[in-house]
Design a protein around this ligand. Structure first.
Ligand code: SF4
Length: 213
């Protein structure tokens, strides 16, 4: 409980009237939770306001934290490859994260990803809601359990409900699948190939729903 009191949340940092540019500028100053203290910078979403699909991951990784851009690290490459496989283009997508600052623990020179706490995800939610309100996508795709549960609630299970539409007021099509980083964590090449094929299959379902609109 004490930890939650220390996290005022992002709401107070949001500009009153906003577009993507002003949101991005304002997010750079966010101190809505303590994650801004150790991270390099806010990693806000990226893409056009006309994007048909908004993809939401968990949080920036090491490379994203340094670059200030989402999905540019190894998981971002897997993501791009899967988009290409189903004929979806990044230029038709807006990519962002449920949490905008990198949470990590230091092991020697390495900075290892640390899962954000529910209080931190809650604190950061106003940015994601403002992005969705501004872009108003045809489809919202949640990548991994953290993003899915941040938006669809703690009961949502990606393993059970991945790849199919979920009723939500946030977009006409709302769907969850795994985070591309989970594919990189596969135990061996065979497992990695299988996980990638399943990820592509989920994106193919998304593409079919988009094409049917
Ligand atoms: S993680 Fe989100 S709420 Fe916390 S400081 Fe960063 S932008 Fe603000």
């Amino acid at each position: 409980m004490a930890a939650r009191q220390q996290e005022p949340g992002a709401e107070a940092f949001l500009p009153e009237k906003h577009d993507l540019a002003s949101l991005r500028r304002a997010s750079a100053e966010c101190q809505g939770c303590s994650l801004y203290v150790h991270a390099t910078q806010t990693v806000f979403g990226e893409g056009t306001v006309k994007a048909r699909v908004v993809f939401v991951g968990e949080q920036p990784g090491d490379k994203e934290d340094r670059a200030g851009r989402p999905f540019v690290g190894p998981a971002g490459h897997v993501f791009d490859k899967a988009l290409e496989a189903v004929g979806l283009d990044r230029s038709d997508a807006y990519v962002t994260n449920a949490v905008k600052h990198f949470k990590f623990e230091e092991r020697g020179k390495a900075r290892l990803h640390k899962r954000p706490r529910p209080g931190e995800i809650r604190a950061c939610r106003p940015w994601l809601m403002a992005e969705l309100q501004t872009v108003q996508p045809r489809a919202l795709v949640l990548l991994g359990a953290t993003a899915a549960q941040a938006v669809l609630g703690a009961e949502f299970r990606v393993t059970r409900d991945r790849g199919r539409p979920v009723p939500s007021e946030l977009a006409p099509i709302v769907m969850a699948t795994v985070h591309p980083a989970s594919i990189l964590r596969a135990a061996d090449d065979a497992e990695r190939e299988r996980a990638f094929a399943e990820f592509v299959a989920d994106l193919r379902s998304l593409k079919r729903l988009l094409d049917a609109e």
